[in-house]
Unconditional design. Sequence first.
Length: 181
Amino acid sequence: MKLSKINLFAVVVGAMIVLSSCGNNKEQEKKIAELEAKVAQMATNQGGATPTNAAEPETKPEGPLPVFEFASIEHDFGTINEGDVVEHTFEFTNNGEAPLIIQDAKGSCGCTVPTWSKEPIPVGGKGMITAKFNSKGKPNLQNKTVTITANTWPKQTRLKIKAMVTPKPAEATESADGPVK
């Protein structure tokens, strides 16, 4: 994970505050050394390494778990006109060993709104997630995702939708005879 420039800036500002403080004692020297170590660690992490204070990755829970089985996790709406609202329902089966509970589903932007089965899906049961895409203001090729959070392993599953959105024609500002007078 790359660290943001804001984090680096905050550490540098903190170091400047400590350095500009009045007095010169061992406590300040210790703080300076800690800040320098953090800056050095951040610099080495810029290449994609995980920071030492990052949360531990989640481990797979023990016991029976539900399992999503989708016929397909991708859908192509093809070519649509800008302003069209289209939707696709992804159907799934719980092929796991425990009831499946969808805690949340989020679209990658406000133009993609998911709805889903709110009740637990029993083992062998079927459920659905519908992705509704509003193409208003979204011309050209669009690739969107719906991220599902459930009691499965891994906890998140991503569904993908795409469409080629034909832009609305530019409104004519002049008539064939010239500008309006």
